[in-house]
Design a protein around this ligand. Structure first.
Ligand SMILES: Cc1cc2nc3c(=O)[nH]c(=O)nc-3n(C[C@H](O)[C@H](O)[C@H](O)COP(=O)(O)OP(=O)(O)OC[C@H]3O[C@@H](n4cnc5c(N)ncnc54)[C@H](O)[C@@H]3O)c2cc1C
Length: 573
């Protein structure tokens, strides 16, 4: 085996999206030495940098608001399954801290502006500008990471396994992509901030790094996962005509702003038939919109490429130009003229409500292992409100960083013992078969299985078929990576990716099969309707090569907020 590199740190942060960068800053500011690693470039590899739109927070800067009102709306959307209030409670403080760091939240008359988004009872979604929120958040955090002493960074480092000693997580094993070298990282606390899993699906809004690595790392290390059945589909992802150089979900803010009309293939508005009273304004929650579009397509009333039309043709050209700004020109390059034509949109896998279970300190059941951001599960229950995901990344990242530093302060030595990492490092470095199966084809097959049989609408028959086919793919993948392990050996990277994707896909499909009701983003066509006995979170654990599930009753609801809960307008600036 190639001799592994050995690195030591107090806090290892895996993933440098919003959650990982905030965690690193907070841990370092609390006195810990931090190593921030990412399989991609630092601060540019995941969803945060792609997020274009809004960040939900009860600042009350324009309309009176209170975090308890935000929590109330979050719980409603989560259909009774949310397990944490932290997201809403600490959001105002984090968003103000980002403001102080110079993110540049949009302002009017000196006050931070908030937009109204579906499911939020009042305007609560702050932004930088309608296409630049995620990049601005990432840039601000990257700048803070660079300014904060005590943070070392390592990009191109794919973490393949967590390393345990005496039932604690003591660091990780990784593959250095550019050299092919195995790397052992000793850490007193490890934060998984690896983002979501939407790469499991054929049509997704994510970067290629989002195959659910963190869920698989945590599960194999013995940490439970929660709510794995709840994958959120974004209803109006771009479908046609072909669009180059733009985010597939960017239609949403324009629909808020201009009331874009959603039409079926016959040119008829249809959402009112599925329980919406949106009447031109965009108030439909994501799960209902996804349902409405898929049902129209199934009924033979879809648009030519299998979605729905989104039309802004009723808007005067000047209004379009004012709202879309330079985006109009980018659309024109793609031969899209919104004054004369609709675009086609369709649901696209976008976000995962489930993830690694953690307490309010973002600590998992396994000492030494913490989690943050989209990698953490449970805060959004069965369905996430618009804007809550970036907030979750920031709030949970900050809390995880603080808790990790507190753990480090209590420890006197590294718990890492080299033999504990041997098996994981051997997988990274070992000689593999030069010609394994076609991993790119396996990836596509997995994405098709998930899209066709574990999509937003599920049945027992389809889920059982998916579980068998996922098992077959796992058999095909085998126990040892292929490839020779040299620099940028994509066969080896694919093997590690598929190992995680198949494990996570199995967790999603089995959780979905067990939940014999429909709730939020999980819709069972054979079990329509929500059942009181299913107001439980499913918790998954890895035992002896199988995933075991238990049900857990979510914490009680706080009482709904008083009619006009507010945070003092002046204090919110
Ligand atoms: C196109 C798009 C638009 C969105 N718009 C919004 C929005 O407007 N508002 C909102 O609230 N939410 C939005 N979301 C969701 C939101 O952006 C994410 O939920 C959030 O940014 C996740 O942050 P994170 O830090 O947890 O993960 P990410 O930002 O995804 O970062 C995870 C990082 O982990 C790294 N990583 C993964 N696996 C490994 C590994 N094995 N080893 C090392 N590194 C690893 C990745 O390379 C990545 O850099 C959007 C998402 C997408 C995809």
């Amino acid at each position: 085996m190639t001799e592994p590199m050995h690195v030591e740190t107090d806090v290892l942060v895996i993933g440098s999206g919003g959650a990982g960068m905030y965690a690193a800053i907070e841990a370092a500011q609390s006195g810990a030495r931090v190593l921030l690693v990412d399989r991609s470039l630092i601060g540019r590899g995941g969803a945060t940098v792609m997020a274009q739109m809004t960040v939900a927070v009860a600042l009350g800067s324009q309309t009176p608001d209170h975090w308890a009102c935000h929590l109330h709306d979050t719980l409603q959307a989560g259909r009774g399954l949310c397990v944490s209030r932290l997201l809403c409670e600490e959001a105002p403080d984090c968003i103000r801290q980002m403001d102080a760091w110079g993110v540049g939240w949009a302002r009017k008359d000196g006050r931070i502006v908030a937009a109204q988004a579906p499911g939020h009872a009042r305007p609560r979604c702050v932004y930088v500008d309608f296409l630049n929120t995620g990049p601005a958040v990432s840039k601000t955090l990257r700048a803070m990471v660079n300014k904060t002493s005590g943070i070392r960074k390592a990009g191109d480092l794919l973490v393949t396994d967590l390393v345990k000693h005496a039932e604690e997580v003591a660091g990780a094993a990784a593959l250095h992509l550019t050299s092919g070298a195995p790397v052992a990282i000793a850490a007193k606390a490890t934060i998984v901030a690896t983002g979501g899993l939407t790469r499991l699906y054929r049509r997704n809004s994510a970067s290629a790094n989002m195959g659910g690595d963190g869920y698989a790392l945590a599960l194999r290390a013995g940490a439970p996962l929660i709510d794995m059945e709840f994958v959120q589909f974004f209803p109006i992802g771009h479908l046609a005509p072909r669009l180059i150089g733009m985010d597939p979900i960017m239609w949403d803010p324009f629909r808020y702003k201009l009331g874009g009309r959603l039409l079926n293939g016959l040119g008829q508005e249809f959402t009112s038939q599925y329980g919406s009273s949106e009447d031109g304004a965009y108030m439909l929650t994501r799960d209902l919109a996804t349902y409405a579009i898929i049902k129209e397509v199934e009924a033979g009333r879809g648009s030519p490429h299998g979605g729905a039309f989104l039309s802004f043709e009723h808007c005067p050209p000047a209004e379009l130009r004012a709202a879309f700004g330079p985006v109009i020109d980018r659309l024109a390059i793609n031969a899209i003229d919104l004054t004369k034509m609709p675009v086609e949109v369709a649901p696209i896998a976008h976000y995962h409500m489930g993830g690694v279970a953690a307490d309010a300190r973002m600590e998992t059941e396994i000492p030494g292992l913490l989690v943050a951001g989209e990698a953490a599960g449970g805060a959004n229950g069965a369905n996430r409100l618009s804007g809550n995901a970036v907030t979750e990344a920031l709030v949970f990242g900050r809390r995880a960083g603080r808790s990790a530093a507190a753990r480090v302060a209590r420890m006197t030595s590294q718990p890492f013992r080299p033999p504990a990492a041997d098996a994981a490092l051997d997988l990274v470095a070992g000689d593999g078969a030069a010609n394994g199966p076609n991993s790119a084809d396996m990836m596509l097959r997995l994405q098709s299985i998930m899209a066709d049989d574990v999509g937003p609408f599920r049945t027992r028959e389809r889920l059982e078929r998916a579980i068998v086919r996922i098992g077959d793919l796992a058999g095909e993948l085998g126990e040892r990576p292929f490839g020779d392990g040299r620099c940028f050996d994509m066969r080896r990277v694919d093997w590690f990716d598929l190992r995680n994707m198949l494990l996570v896909a199995r967790a999603v499909a089995v959780a979905a099969l067990r939940r014999t009701e429909s709730r939020g983003a999980h819709q069972r066509e054979d079990f329509p309707g929500m059942l009181p006995e299913w107001r439980v979170n499913q918790v998954a654990r890895w035992r002896d090569g199988a995933i075991e599930f238990v049900s857990m009753i979510p914490p009680p609801y706080p009482p709904p907020p008083a009619a006009e809960g507010r945070e003092g307008v002046a204090a919110a600036q």
